[in-house]
Design a protein around this ligand. Sequence first.
Ligand code: ATP
Ligand code: MG
Length: 212
Amino acid sequence: RRDRLHSGERYRLGVMGGTFDPIHHGHLVAASEVAAKFDLDEVVFVPTGIPWQKANRDVSAAEDRYLMTVIATASNPRFSVSRVDIDRPGNTYTVDTLKDLREERGPNTDLYFITGADAVRQILTWRGADELFDLAQFVGVTRPGVPMTVDDIKHLPGDRVTLLEVPALAISSTDCRARVEEREPIWYLVPDGIVQYIQKRGLYRLAADPDA
Ligand code: ATP
Ligand code: MG
């Protein structure tokens, strides 16, 4: 399908932004479902630099989050990872992510920004909201614990935002971090390589933890 670029067809690129602290199977299933339903050629995962919505907690080092994203996506030939957000100084704004990817990929690429139900409702509060819908199509995926109906997006341009129901995985990074701190298992919530990476780097352990 990379042939699309050569045959003059437009290349369909999914963009999955996130903190990925850590990446988990909810992210991967959402990306895979949107890729199938929207016939995407590729989904690029973009770990955030400094997430402005999360200024109130310590986010793991960008390099750890980037490497976990690489580990989790490496086996899927249609998944890739971009450093645009972690290499850009300052806070991460989706409008900059989309502009950078657009510049990098050229004019024959269409962008599909994938976002969970919790985030899709807030799009209009994001910086550059007036430009966002020109840069990408937005795909809002369902997320357990976050009810979402068409009413929630009726303030957004209908032709640029689509809702998609994905298999429900009640997994969040917050819960994964809490589990590691409490020494509870995260096997099968995240890929095996992520369990091992978290352990190897001692992520999400309290400093006072004697075995940390
Ligand atoms: P945190 O708990 O730290 O906020 P998170 O699990 O929400 O982490 P993020 O990195 O914040 O993960 O999310 C990146 C994107 O993935 C967001 O658009 C979010 O809505 C979506 N997402 C996260 N978890 C799921 C899930 N289980 N199902 C569907 N979408 C999800
Ligand atoms: Mg979140």
